[in-house]
Design a protein around this ligand. Structure first.
Ligand SMILES: C[S@@+](CC[C@H](N)C(=O)[O-])C[C@H]1O[C@@H](n2cnc3c(N)ncnc32)[C@H](O)[C@@H]1O
Length: 330
């Protein structure tokens, strides 16, 4: 009989190494250089402009992590690396790896944040137009992309006619880019900080649909959402940074802003009522601890309670192929 081995604990202990190797490889464009062109370590060093010693260390690490395949002295991308780590693909997660590497310093202070219950990040999420968003929102767009597509399919956006929506904290504008691409008669409005909206307009322009995309600059806590104005509301990856009372207040504003029969779509890392779920969603509570004063990973029952109190009669909770969950409230 074999007992437990140190394998799992060692894997977790070296988790920071793994994300650093990946972030560094993304920064130096190693996967992009290798796509369709298997190469030796020396070639990779030349193509990416890094030292031979550095290239060999990163290539060894990436091969150990299963992101590269080594055959006859040449390295090539694994299928995962090819799909998610080559620049220019809509599924590109390399920018997210870079942002998370930058953020590792904040995580070093997790023991302090756990002791005090206060954020250890230099910019907490409630700082207006926080520079962290400017790096984060384009980086996470690839994760939001398939979820926005899934929500569009469920709501029949493509055949919904001249509908409109308000995307609160829309960030890169990825939801509007996907929905406007699916429906040529639709109009999307995004409420976010001024500098984030600039990034959003640039992102949506790349999809050729910016003529039907409007932005409102402001703090969503203090901005009026309007009355019976929109067919859909979108609140994606925001609820986790807020205190429960603030989510309720925002859901009340959404209910008022929606036309009768309108639907609010919430997308977030959501746990079951007994606090289990996707491992990413379960670790996310610690991320909220280090970067927010009041944020958390909330349970399905929390969303049902707030949405019910805000006047939504029907709430459907649907898993997605990503760590996040979709909630449809009407
Ligand atoms: C995690 S990002 C989510 C972006 C996008 N919804 C998505 O799912 O890809 C959070 C977004 O909320 C915006 N945000 C956070 N607090 C805000 C506030 N008080 N007022 C306006 N926007 C805010 C940030 O600028 C950022 O774009």
């Amino acid at each position: 009989m074999t007992g437990p081995t140190p394998e799992k604990v060692m894997q977790i202990i070296t988790g920071g190494w793994a994300s650093s190797i990946l972030g560094a490889a993304a920064r130096h464009g190693i996967f992009t250089a290798l796509e369709g062109n298997p190469a030796t370590a020396e070639n990779v060093a030349k193509k990416t402009g890094i030292s031979s010693r550095g290239a060999q260390a990163l290539l060894d690490g990436l091969t150990g992590l299963g992101l590269l395949i080594l055959s006859e002295g040449r390295y090539q991308n694994s299928p995962d690396a090819s799909l998610f780590l080559v620049k220019g693909k809509p599924s590109y997660l390399g920018a997210m790896a870079e942002v998370f590497l930058e953020d590792l310093g904040t995580w070093q202070k997790l023991p302090d944040a756990a002791k005090t219950g206060l954020p250890s990040a230099p910019y907490s999420a409630d700082v207006a137009d926080n520079p962290f968003w400017h790096a984060l929102v384009p980086a996470i767009a690839a994760l939001s992309f398939p979820v926005a597509q899934m929500a569009a399919e469920r709501l029949g956006i493509a055949k919904a006619g001249e509908v409109s929506w308000l995307d609160v904290g829309g960030g890169s504008g990825v939801w509007s880019a996907v929905w406007l691409g699916a429906n040529k008669g639709a109009n999307g409005t995004q409420l976010d900080w001024p500098n984030v909206n600039k990034i959003g307009r640039g992102f949506v322009t790349n999809f050729g649909v910016v003529d039907r995309f409007q932005t409102i600059d402001g703090d969503f806590h203090t901005t009026d959402f309007g009355s019976a104005k929109y067919d859909f509301g979108i609140y994606a990856h925001i609820a986790h940074q807020e205190a429960p009372a603030d989510n309720l207040a925002t859901f009340l504003k959404f209910r008022k802003a929606l036309k009768p029969g309108g639907t609010l779509v919430v997308n977030d890392f959501i746990l079951t009522n007994d606090r289990t779920g996707h491992p990413f969603a379960m670790m996310f509570a610690a991320q909220m601890l280090v970067v927010t004063k009041n944020g958390f990973t909330y349970r399905q029952s929390d969303y049902r309670e707030w949405l019910g109190e805000a006047g939504f009669k029907s709430v459907d909770i649907v898993p997605t192929p990503t760590p996040s969950t979709l909630v449809f409230a009407s």
